[in-house]
Design a protein around this ligand. Structure first.
Ligand code: DX5
Ligand code: ZN
Length: 230
């Protein structure tokens, strides 16, 4: 039975009450929390560091995954792990060697993911494709929440799913950017396993209803033909 998870992105949360925003997402049925880390250099925006992660770690037992949109991810990987993240996703476009990144992050005892910007081909994953836990496909240009999904990226998700399917230990496919109840069907049919949703969850005053709507869209997509039906 195929399962699709929902990871709300705190980028769209109210940071004046970040702890209770995360508790709300957990109570609403989220499967994990997505933490966008931006350095104003790799992407044109700034967000947060390990200090903030540490302060919100105790509020929830959900897995926390940090999406490091920073130029030197390995410099800070240990600090984020110590602050309590369960997984770290980095960008190969930073010039970071994927093999060293996987070794280093695994050495910290964390899950490891690679994230690809919309224009980066999936070939960039090849050196480590069989040993990743997750691949994050950005479905918008990174930097800001609340953008519209780039439809061109749907084909890339499908190609990635086809590439990953034969692997003995297949990494999960995360999709990030412009995910809402309307766009959920197309990314799931293409092969997504984890939906990252900022505005679609925290942009709604009622988080339980927002997560319920996403689950309903997931069920609708899973009951139709998907990658496993091919
Ligand atoms: C984009 C970030 C996303 C962002 C998604 O740079 O990586 O995680 O929070 O936000 P929405 O779901 O609002 O497009
Ligand atoms: Zn993200």
């Amino acid at each position: 039975m195929r399962r699709v998870e929902i990871y709300p992105s705190i980028l769209s949360a109210d940071f004046s009450r970040l702890g209770s925003e995360i508790s709300d997402a957990e109570a609403a049925g989220a499967d994990g929390i997505h933490i966008d880390v931006m350095d104003g250099h790799f992407v044109p925006n700034l967000t947060l560091g390990p200090l903030v992660v540490r302060s919100v770690r105790p509020v929830s037992g959900l897995p926390y995954w940090a999406h490091l949109m920073i130029s030197d991810p390995l410099r800070f990987a240990g600090d984020f792990r110590e602050a309590g993240v369960d997984g770290l996703t980095i960008h190969p476009e930073t010039g970071t060697d994927p093999v060293s990144a996987v070794e280093r992050i695994r050495g910290l005892g964390a899950g490891v993911g690679l994230a690809l910007r919309p224009e980066t081909p999936i070939d960039a994953l090849e050196p480590v494709i069989g040993i990743l836990d997750r691949v994050l496909i950005l479905t918008v240009h990174p930097g800001f929440g609340g953008q519209t999904i780039l439809k061109d990226v749907i084909g890339k998700i499908r190609r990635l799913r086809d590439r990953l399917e034969p692997l003995p230990k297949r990494p999960l496919i995360e999709v990030d950017g412009g995910i809402d109840p309307e766009t959920t069907g197309s990314v799931i049919r293409a092969g997504a396993d984890v939906l990252i949703a900022g505005q679609a969850v925290f942009g709604s005053p009622n988080r339980s209803e927002a997560v319920r709507k996403l689950r309903k869209a997931i069920e609708g997509a899973l009951s139709g033909p998907g990658p496993e039906a091919h």
